[in-house]
Design a protein around this ligand. Structure first.
Ligand SMILES: [Zn+2]
Ligand SMILES: [Zn+2]
Length: 383
């Protein structure tokens, strides 16, 4: 089959089409290419299938969103003619293979064949340190899987499902749409299976599916941020027997850290320094996010809150190239001593004497420098 056409193009609508517009376009095209009106016309048959497939995706809000984001690969499976297609694992650059030792079933499934399983969406909460270093997480994913007892047929072992009388095993029935033409829809007597269960499997009570709780291990690469999505193919719900499983779609959420604030690839933190260190300058040591000790050079005459020292390479790693890291921006905060030793008090008194009662003139723009460096939220308004 030639390259798949854009679904919007197939239905002749714009990407911003409303639900009503989509349905209207579908109705009109389905009528035009309907097999009942084009008996023996293979081209019309193919068109009808194409229109049907486009509609099944664009009429489903979540599928449409996935299609808008990832194109055909995002909604691959389903009613895809010819099967095959793009593997999501490739799109996500090697991340797809990070589910370890899981489930053989890859996508496939022929045209109009068994339905692919639904995807599972989940949020993965991470600490900032885990986002910085990368982490391996194992958790339980509840999903629907094919009942092993009956192999998904729903029929008790030793019995066979009976042919559906409503559709005589055809899986479809013809209904009047009220739009002046009849339409083939999934049989309501057997939900499109073509068979009905007369003697249900005790393990799944005839559903053919059971609830499973599977352990999934994912390796989160360093540098992830809140809102990033990772798709792990074939870790979702089971599809119809013989069809591929859905995917597991993880959305990353990085928790706020008590000490470090993230600003893209940079990290921001505060470092308390003494009066003397602020006045004289010199090195102070602090602990970076990863626990590494870093030395910060306090400039002579550093002003509390406005003095920011940049420590290169101690920010967040770049997702594409973890060796490339952002910077750590250290905001220096001068702490006023509350307890003085006798000697310290004597020295401060001496200092006060030297300073006399001279009051410095008020200054303007104290925060501008910090804002430049820290893309200011302006919330560190103090003193
Ligand atoms: Zn069963
Ligand atoms: Zn039926």
């Amino acid at each position: 089959m030639a390259e798949k056409r854009c679904y919007y193009e197939v239905l002749g609508i714009s990407r911003t089409a409303t639900e009503v517009e989509i349905t209207k376009a579908y109705r009109s095209l389905a009528k035009q290419y309907h097999p009942d009106r084009n008996v023996g016309d293979d081209e019309a048959k193919a068109k009808y299938a194409e229109v049907d497939e486009a509609y099944s995706v664009l009429n489903d809000e979540s599928k449409r969103a996935r299609y808008d984001r990832h194109g055909h690969a995002g909604v691959q499976g389903g009613a895809a003619p010819g099967g095959g297609g793009v593997d999501l694992g490739d799109i996500f650059g090697g991340l797809g293979d990070l589910i370890e030792g899981m489930f053989g079933g890859r996508r496939g499934g022929g045209a109009r064949g068994p339905r692919r399983g639904e995807s599972i969406q989940a949020v993965l909460d991470l600490e900032l340190l885990e986002a910085a270093t990368g982490v391996s997480k194992t958790f339980t994913v509840p999903s629907e899987q094919i009942c092993r007892e009956c192999g998904g047929t729903g029929a008790k072992t030793g019995t066979q499902p009976a042919q559906c009388r409503r559709c005589r095993g055809q899986k479809f029935e013809v209904v009047n749409t009220g739009f002046g033409f009849a339409e083939r829809v999934r049989c309501r007597g057997c939900s499109g299976r073509g068979v009905v269960i007369t003697d249900p499997c005790p393990a799944c009570r005839g559903a053919g599916r059971v609830e499973a709780r599977e352990q999934v291990t994912v390796n989160v690469p360093p540098g992830v941020d809140t809102g990033m999505r990772f798709t792990y193919p074939a870790a979702g719900h089971a599809g119809d027997p013989g069809a591929p499983r859905g995917d597991l779609e993880l959305v990353i959420r990085v928790r706020e850290d008590k000490t470090f604030e993230r600003d893209g690839h940079n990290l921001i933190c505060q470092c308390p320094i003494s009066f003397a260190r602020a006045a004289l300058g010199g090195p102070v040591e602090l602990t970076a996010l990863t626990g590494e000790k870093v030395t910060v050079d306090v400039p002579k005459g550093a002003q509390s809150h406005t003095a920011v020292v940049r420590v290169p390479g101690h920010g967040m790693p770049n997702l594409d190239d973890p060796k490339r890291k952002g910077d750590l921006l250290v905001q220096l905060v001068v702490e006023t001593p509350t307890k003085l030793s006798a000697e310290q008090e004597q020295l401060f008194r001496k200092l006060a004497e030297l300073e006399g009662t001279t009051v410095p003139a008020p200054r303007k723009g104290m925060f501008s420098r910090l804002k430049d460096l820290v893309t200011g939220d302006g919330d560190q308004k103090e003193s």
